[in-house]
Design a protein around this ligand. Sequence first.
Ligand SMILES: [Zn+2]
Length: 261
Amino acid sequence: MKNILKIILCVLVCYVTIGLGWITKDVIIHENVKDGIAVLGYHGVVSDKEKKENYASNPYFMSVSQFEKQMKYLAEDNYQCLSMKEVENYYHGKKEISKKAVCLTFDDGYKNFNTVIKPIIKKYKLQATNFVIGYKTKTNNPLYLQKEDLKNDQYVEYYSHSYNMHHIGHLPYKKKIETMKIDEIKKDFEKNKGLVSTDYFAFPYGVSCQNAQDYLKSSSVKLAFSYNQNRHMTRHDKQYLLPRYLMFSNMPFFLFKWWVE
Ligand SMILES: [Zn+2]
């Protein structure tokens, strides 16, 4: 019996040590890579009532009060909020940015980008990009932006999150893009023609692969975004694998402040 207790204790100590090691590593990386731009990757924003009633267990849908608190902070603390073109210019050394620079991105093309998010972006004079799933804009699904909803203006712009690459296969659970040949990836990009610009691209699930990288190098895509919780995007990052922070609804406000600062 005593031996079993010793083993359990040993395992617990190992877990805690490894866990603390991971956290420390993340903190060190994050503190060392704070030059550049905090590119934030959101999904949807809904009313507080809807969050409570329909999206309580969905971390990718934030309540409007939580989202507005974050935007208000960026505006009142004089953050520089960059458009995709400005991020591209910064990347190529054509634009200098302030020490407090952010870029706001939203994945999947939810309708609430236009109805809930855009009014807040406008109110605080910020800018935001939505990465839209091409085929969803032709489905008449009321949850998703439709083709006629995608109108760029001084506050919002719409770019590509693939035409239809949002699938996870069977075991070993590869993402669709990881199973595609270069030619298939090219065809998916071409299907967005006339729907949404592919000048800027966000990988579905933030996952890339060698074929996608090879295709992008031969394409007219200017920047492509992935996810990485540890750091800002800098000029030293790969052009087609730029890091973004994945934003989630149960994140405490101090974490938001720490990421953007
Ligand atoms: Zn997505």
